[in-house]
Design a protein around this ligand. Structure first.
Ligand code: UN1
Length: 517
């Protein structure tokens, strides 16, 4: 192992997860096909090299696809509740490994340890959900217009599901997809972010053991490594009926187009530009933690992060002072140290993007309330630690219209009715998450009505981030329209088949058409 931080039990965590340097011969499951260039994973926490993986070449990819396609033929024959039983065992393994996996997430990605654990909890929760679902992949029966006929709807597995995930949720988003896809009878090929490849290796090791214990082929779960070029192997591959992709709107536009070109399905979970509307009756006790966690949690790198506060002019100063005051309490530093609220950004490119956003906001006339900037000195050597910033801005600023994956929060005023705030909230290209803080029932219901928030997620008196797995997760407009995790999101992982069965001795045609021979 090269240069792995010994503090905070990272070395032990890696050992428990079977994640080793490739020079020591890592057990990366089906991924041991990968033979391409080396990808090094550096921690944004302390800049250390954690480990390496090899990227997947075209040739390696075809081997993975052969294994996955073959595994599908075995897996689809396993009754759904038995598939659920295997997912249950996976969830139990995650329970046992919550601590090391949460630590690795925190160390490789940079989110706080609490959020690292939270991410693993999200995986466990979706496994539980999927286990129940494995007995509920129900179709419908539909009355036929013809005598002696019956119509039914069935749901069948799709085949190989491709998953492209982002660095910010390096394990949970994969689990949202796989836990459902597996109970549905699909097998999965996962391209994790090249910024968090070791989290993917850890997950693969965990599921590989479960599959082995059940005498199931490991090809049910495969990982491939690399950047967008490796992702392209999947988006252009007609052996993959569904590509589920999480990431930027720019990436989703390419993925969506490429997959549609070959009539594949895509599930897109893209950028957000999420706002909280703060009305005159909002309770500051709820507003402050909701807005601050939303803005600085995961260092502002959630797709659900709060980027805009739309505050009624009558309470503007009060809310502004409370939020600015709360920012003074924030501690920034090693995310594995639980006394810190905020860890680093993912890498130096992200730091540049953050600095550029602040400069742009200033250039457009933004008024800085809480100065940002890079942190330097002891503990900040990786160069990825930044101060969360607050800027008074207008909704139509160019930079405000864009998602910046960093802790930059824009404050803006509205006057008059809540409709004015809703118009601002909807006045961006993205449509993921939104919230209103109010004790006025009429305002809350307006916000939730068809004329209210245009987002996939609309909350009352909670922030924009931190959704539970039980609801369908995703958003409208440039967020891509996909829905993952709870509710009936499972249907996207299956193909619907309508059956009409004639149990009479005649052949009446639908629509009363006569065709006598
Ligand atoms: C993401 O940022 O891509 O709602 C997912 C949340 C988390 C998931 C975020 N449960 O903030």
């Amino acid at each position: 192992m090269e240069a792995v931080a010994t503090d905070f039990g990272i070395k032990e965590a890696l050992q428990q997860l079977g994640v080793k340097d490739i020079n020591e011969g890592s057990s990366t499951g089906s991924n041991n096909f990968s033979n391409g260039e080396i990808i090094e994973s550096y921690s944004p926490v302390d800049g250390q090299l954690i480990g390496k993986v090899k990227s997947t070449t075209r040739e390696d990819y075809d081997k993975v696809m052969n294994v996955a396609t073959k595994a599908f033929l075995t897996w689809r024959d396993v009754p759904a509740p038995q598939r659920g039983e295997i997912v249950r065992q996976f969830g139990n393994k995650l329970r046992a490994l919550k601590e090391p996996l949460g630590k690795l997430v925190s160390y490789e990605m940079g989110k706080s340890l609490q959020e690292g654990y939270g991410e693993v909890q999200e995986m466990i929760d979706i496994c539980d959900f999927a286990v129940g679902l494995s007995r509920q992949l129900n179709g419908q029966t539909i009355p036929s217009e013809r005598p002696g006929h019956v119509m039914r709807e069935q749901w069948h597995p799709l085949g190989v599901v491709g998953i492209i995930s982002a660095f910010n949720f390096p394990v949970a988003v994969w689990a949202w997809n796989t836990a459902l896809a597996w109970v549905c009878g699909d097998v999965c090929v996962w391209k994790a972010s090249e910024k968090t490849p070791l989290c993917a290796v850890a997950c693969q090791n965990i599921i590989a053991e479960v599959l082995k214990d059940n005498n199931m082929p490991e090809g049910i779960s495969c990982i491939i490594n690399g950047d967008y070029k490796v992702g392209e192997f999947m988006t252009t591959d007609s052996r993959i009926p569904l590509v589920s992709a999480t990431g930027s709107t720019r990436m989703g536009r390419i993925v969506g187009k490429t997959v549609a070109e070959r009539f594949g399905k895509s599930l897109l979970e893209l950028g957000g530009n999420n706002a909280i509307i703060i009305t005159p009756t909002a309770d500051l006790k709820v507003v402050v933690p909701g807005a601050v966690f939303g803005a600085v949690g995961t260092c502002g790198q959630r797709c659900t992060s709060t980027r805009r506060l739309i505050i009624h002019e009558s309470v503007y100063d009060k809310v502004k002072d409370a939020i600015v005051g709360a920012y003074k309490q924030l501690t920034i530093g090693n995310p594995l140290d639980e006394k810190n609220h905020i860890g680093p950004l993912i890498d130096k490119d992200a730091v540049d993007t953050y600095l550029t956003a602040i400069e742009k906001a200033k250039a457009e006339g933004g008024n800085v309330l809480v100065e940002g900037g890079i942190l330097e000195g002891e503990g900040y050597e990786s160069g990825c630690y930044v101060k969360p910033a607050i800027i008074e801005a207008e909704n139509d600023f160019e930079i405000v219209q864009h998602e910046t994956f960093a802790p930059v929060l824009y404050l803006m005023k509205y006057s008059g009715d809540v409709e004015n705030a809703i118009a601002k909230q909807n006045g961006v290209a993205q449509g993921l998450s939104s919230a209103i803080m109010t004790n006025e029932m009429k305002e809350a219901e307006k916000f939730l009505s068809y004329a209210g928030s245009d987002c996939g997620i609309a909350n009352v008196n909670i922030g924009t981030s931190g959704a539970e797995i039980g609801g369908a997760f995703g958003g409208e407009k440039e967020t891509g329209g996909g829905r993952e995790s709870g509710s009936d999101a499972w249907k996207v992982y299956m193909r619907r088949q309508t059956n009409t069965v004639n149990y009479s001795d005649e052949l009446p045609l639908a629509q009363g058409i006569k065709f006598d021979l």
